[in-house]
Ligand binder design. Structure first.
Ligand code: BG6
Length: 491
């Protein structure tokens, strides 16, 4: 790997995302030689920590989860860590917090190295942070800024943030994270589709009956009410992760493996999505909220009773923890092929996958048999499974039996599957935005989501309840059931 000389300034650097995802990923980048010897990781937060406090916190909270056996490597990583106490100014003309002075002094003289600002903080701080960094003279032509999701709550909000950040950074300097794009299976989807000849001729409405994209989680939302009440499953998961997966399944072959070529094709898919609003929203979308139930044999509370500092409000009653949508890509390749999307908290288990369901054979000469199915498993157990028909050995009647041809990444490549953030941080350091969302993509995705939200809000009814530990509300099964289809469950 190439080590990229860059300091990384993480705004919100002591928060949950930083401690759970970014710092472990950066440790692995360091171990793999992707950080230059003098690269520093500077966490910025409002907490009054000094460098030693922050290193102690990371040592106590991050190291146990890493199984980092290499003590010298871990110490080297800790020495890269610094903490600066600073906040964004209270208003446009408010004076800068004194911490910005310290940050400026720390970064002085290193203008010619790439400098990465990672904004792991709520979206309303993105604009103010960029302005403060600019006023402090920290933004150089080689700087990059990474924006965590959610990028606003709707199209207008996303445009506002994009305008604010775009006033300081050029589009080529802006990296909008969707961590699903960093997952191994997701990148493998591109290789599967565009490095194999046999799939492309059948990758269309002639041969494919429908596509299912599921991101199910068994976790609930304890302690996240403040965020989740205003997001909900549609904004939290569908607008970004699920739509990005849909794009990669549906996009046309790009002419090059190139940042703009791939993102251009994804954008075309988003622009081809059939809008869903009004009465169609009632037919083609489902929203649910979990009530008490059992997950992994353990009794768990419903969404409204999750332990949280913030008490439930009316917004809590209306927010969806489950969403399912029957989407359609209106173009030559996909006309008439439903793309079913679903995501939910407190489902029976954590399982994210893309299922491509092929049509049945045009004429069967055997009794029995089921149509082929390709399953791309994102997690757990990353891999690709193709369900084919095979003859069961024996001298009697020939009966086709469905059997999986399975590729497990762990068993095949005997390598550690890196966390999505590792891959994406390495790409930021290398300046490669291919796996990041371009402004027009994010805005096109919001443009499709907004009318669904508007219809839900104007209906004013409550999401359909589902017991924790079950597969979502009844209506989610009917969404497929009325055309004789069913959600793919574990084989
Ligand atoms: C995040 C959402 O973007 O993705 C969370 O905000 C969700 O609500 C998470 O739990 C799921 O990510 P993963 O990688 O665990 O599937």
């Amino acid at each position: 790997p190439v080590a990229h000389a860059a300091d990384l300034v993480v705004f919100g650097g002591t928060g949950d995302l930083s401690m759970r995802k970014l710092l472990p990923a950066l440790y692995h980048c360091d171990r793999d030689g992707r950080l230059a010897p003098d690269a520093r990781i500077i966490a910025v937060s409002r907490g009054g920590l000094d460098d030693a406090d922050f290193r102690g916190k990371v040592d106590a909270e991050v190291r146990p989860g890493l199984h980092a056996g290499d003590a010298a490597g871990w110490d080297r990583f800790l020495r890269r860590l610094h903490h600066v106490c600073a906040d964004v100014p209270a208003g446009r003309d408010a004076p800068a917090h004194p911490g910005w002075g310290r940050l400026t002094r720390m970064l002085a003289g290193r203008e010619d190295t790439g400098r990465v600002f990672y904004l792991a903080s709520p979206p309303m701080t993105f604009g103010p942070f960029c302005r403060a960094a600019d006023r402090a003279g920290l933004v150089t032509p080689r700087s990059r800024v990474v924006l965590e999701k959610p990028l606003g709550r709707d199209l207008a909000g996303a445009r506002h943030i994009n305008d604010e950040v775009g006033a300081i950074f050029g589009e080529h300097q802006i990296f909008r994270i969707d961590h699903y794009l960093g997952k191994e299976t997701v990148q493998n989807l591109l290789v599967l589709r565009f490095a194999n000849a046999f799939l492309e001729p059948i990758w269309n409405s002639l041969w494919i009956d429908h596509v299912q994209i599921t991101a199910a989680e068994s976790v609930g939302t304890p302690g996240r009410r403040g965020y989740y009440d205003h997001a909900g499953a549609l904004r939290d998961m569908v607008q970004n992760h699920l739509l990005q997966l849909l794009c990669l399944v549906a996009m046309e072959p790009p002419s090059r493996n190139d940042r703009e070529a791939i993102r251009d094709e994804k954008l075309k898919v988003l622009q081809s999505l059939r809008p869903i609003s009004g009465t169609e929203a009632a037919r083609f979308t489902v929203r649910g909220q979990y009530i008490a139930g059992r997950v992994d044999g353990r009794a768990v509370p419903g969404y409204l009773d999750e332990p949280d500092d913030t008490p439930p409000t009316d917004a809590s009653r209306h927010v969806e923890t489950f969403a399912a949508i029957r989407a359609e890509v209106k173009n030559w390749r996909w006309a008439g092929v439903p793309f079913y999307l679903r995501t939910g908290k407190r489902m029976p288990d954590r399982r994210s996958e893309i299922v491509v369901q092929f049509k049945d054979v045009p004429h069967s000469i055997f009794s029995g048999g089921v149509p082929n199915r390709l399953v791309l498993r994102l997690q757990p157990g990353e891999g690709i499974h193709l369900l084919i028909m095979a003859k069961e050995p024996g001298a009697g009647e020939v009966v086709p039996r469905p059997v999986p041809l399975s590729l497990s990444f762990a068993d095949t490549f005997h390598a550690r599957v890196p966390d999505a953030y590792e891959r994406l941080l390495a790409d930021v350091l290398a300046g490669d935005p291919t796996l990041f969302m371009r402004r027009d993509e994010v805005e096109a995705a919001w443009g499709w989501i907004d009318p669904i939200v508007a219809t839900w809000e104007s209906a004013g009814d409550l999401p359909e309840p589902y017991a924790a530990g079950t597969g979502g509300p009844v209506a989610a099964h009917e969404l497929l059931g009325r055309s004789g289809r069913a959600w793919h469950e574990e084989d």
